[in-house]
Design a protein around this ligand. Structure first.
Ligand code: C5P
Ligand code: MG
Length: 163
């Protein structure tokens, strides 16, 4: 990195189609649901958004560049593997994560009872205390593809500090 700065910020966003016969995995936690998310990996939309936010903070491209969805190695992959890998890349670049804030936008099922499990799972993966990992949930008020139950989205922001 050309200029050493004490802080870096990154943003990530992801979307996956809803599909029957698939698991709903968010932050590495399987949430009981009649449907899940379509994708080459486990389609963990939340982990993907956080992974992209970390890559963004250190300007190292995006998740598809590091883990192409054409690569058979990542078929059905646990997305926490991607997240752990980019934490390592950030660390090699000389940065550690200060905190993560994220939002999952999904019409149903209700996710709030799984918030703590998801936060603990993500925090464990990133080597952070759970109070540094925020996960919020929103419906899309029945509007648009998310609101009509056709897709799920996630957004994330991450702050990194120089080690
Ligand atoms: O989107 P809305 O503002 O109606 O969400 C209300 C509450 O429902 C939020 O506090 C959120 O945590 C929760 N929620 C949830 N699961 C979802 C969407 C929202 O638990 N799929
Ligand atoms: Mg994705």
């Amino acid at each position: 990195m050309s200029e050493v700065r004490p802080l870096r910020i990154g943003q990530g966003w992801d979307v996956h189609r809803i599909a029957t016969g698939r698991k709903l995995i968010l932050g590495g936690i399987e949430v009981p649901s009649e449907f899940g998310l379509e994708g080459h990996s486990d389609a963990d939309v939340l982990s993907h958004a956080i992974t992209d936010a970390i890559l963004g903070a250190v300007a190292l491209g995006d998740i598809g560049m590091h883990f192409p969805d054409t690569d058979p190695r990542w078929k059905g992959a646990d997305s926490l593997v991607f997240l752990r890998h980019v934490c390592g890349l950030a660390s090699e670049a000389g940065y550690r994560i200060v905190n993560v804030d994220s939002t999952v936008i999904l019409e149903r099922p209700k996710l709030k009872d799984f918030r703590l499990a998801i936060r603990e799972s993500l925090a464990g993966c990133m080597g952070l205390p759970p109070d540094c990992v925020s996960v919020k949930f929103k419906t899309a008020e029945r509007v648009g593809p998310v609101g009509e139950g056709r897709s799920a989205e996630a957004q994330a922001v991450v702050l990194l500090e120089r080690i």
